[in-house]
Design a protein around this ligand. Structure first.
Ligand code: RIB
Ligand code: CA
Length: 310
């Protein structure tokens, strides 16, 4: 089996952590490195949390890089109210001992895109690292096979404002650069992730694995659940970021439309909104496969099977 080379760009975050574990548990993928970005919590914590997750998976060999600590043109907005002060609240986790790489994440993305025949970028947080790499080295756009990102929304509208999803809202200018890059983009928006809910039976399935990893994932989702179940009065929280990795492994779990997506970067009222031309009412060129639906049971079957294999 030819492994698909990927870079995960991430702001852990409990859901990011589960996405990283899914990637490390999947032989279809070769994780060339993981780049941390400021998002759910500040960069010192997202890079530390990334290393915590790699060590939990027994993968201290993974190269972890620190990237941008603030959006391109704006003050950082974080989400401790969702993820807790550490960004990985829930279980007590030991500090990491594996090293953080010396190179900046943006340089790692550039160098790896140039050296690899068709790397796939998997952004799970604000798009600051990706946009900075594209600005610093425009030549890499033609070297990137696909960007599969978690972000945006159409029918589900917004989660951090009435009209914007968090990853896009934190750095709308970066998102605008990515969506205008011409690189094939697949989007996992809230429309999909809000159908992938960590219901109690699904959390129990993690805990019943009886492994430290299963217990950590159950404790993370228990913590993550408390905010979203209260907010949405739903039977579980949306497990956003693992949808990106699941798509790479089993794309048939998802369906959507190839449409034009633009990002609002000026209006205060709708800043960070992903304006998806879902019904093709404009002459704007389609630039993204915007997912709208997920086989949630199939997704959680894949996730629990793979996590249990770690
Ligand atoms: O809006 C959900 C997204 O924002 C997820 O990636 C979550 O981890 C946060 O980064
Ligand atoms: Ca994230």
């Amino acid at each position: 089996m030819t492994k698909r080379p990927i870079i995960i760009d991430t702001d852990p975050g409990q859901d990011d952590a589960v996405a990283i574990l899914l990637a490390l548990a999947s032989p279809e993928l070769e994780v060339l490195g993981i780049t941390a970005v400021a998002g759910n919590v500040p960069l010192p914590l997202t890079q530390k949390n990334t290393r915590i997750v790699c060590e939990l998976a027994g993968r201290s060999d993974i190269k972890v890089f620190a990237g941008c600590d603030a959006p391109l043109h704006r003050k950082l907005i974080t989400a401790e109210h969702v993820h807790g002060q550490t960004g990985l609240d829930g279980p007590e986790m030991p500090d990491p001992t594996m090293p953080l790489q010396d190179d900046h994440a943006v340089d790692f993305i550039i160098d790896t895109a140039r050296a690899t025949d068709g790397v796939t970028l998997c952004p799970l947080g604000p798009l600051t690292n990706i946009a900075t790499a594209l600005q610093k080295a425009p030549d890499i756009a033609s070297r990137i096979r696909e960007i599969v990102l978690m972000g945006g929304a159409y029918f589900e509208v917004g989660n951090i404002t009435p009209t914007a999803e968090f990853n896009i809202y934190v750095d709308p200018e970066a998102a605008d650069i990515v969506f205008k890059s011409g690189i094939p983009i697949t989007v996992m928006p809230l429309d999909v992730t809000h159908k992938a809910l960590t219901t109690q039976p699904r959390v129990d399935a993690f805990r019943n694995m009886g492994t430290p990893i299963g217990e950590a994932v159950a404790a993370w989702t228990d913590f993550f659940n408390r905010f979203d179940m209260e907010k949405y009065a739903s039977p579980g929280a949306p497990l956003h970021d693992p949808c990106v990795i699941a798509y790479l492994i089993k794309p048939e779990l998802f369906n959507g439309r190839h449409v034009n997506v633009c990002v609002e970067t000026s209006s205060e009222l709708t800043l960070g909104m992903t304006v998806a031309d879902w019904w093709g009412v404009t002459d704007r060129t389609p630039n993204a496969m915007f997912m709208g639906d997920i086989d949630a049971d199939g997704f959680f079957d894949l996730l629990t099977t793979r996590i249990a294999s770690l």
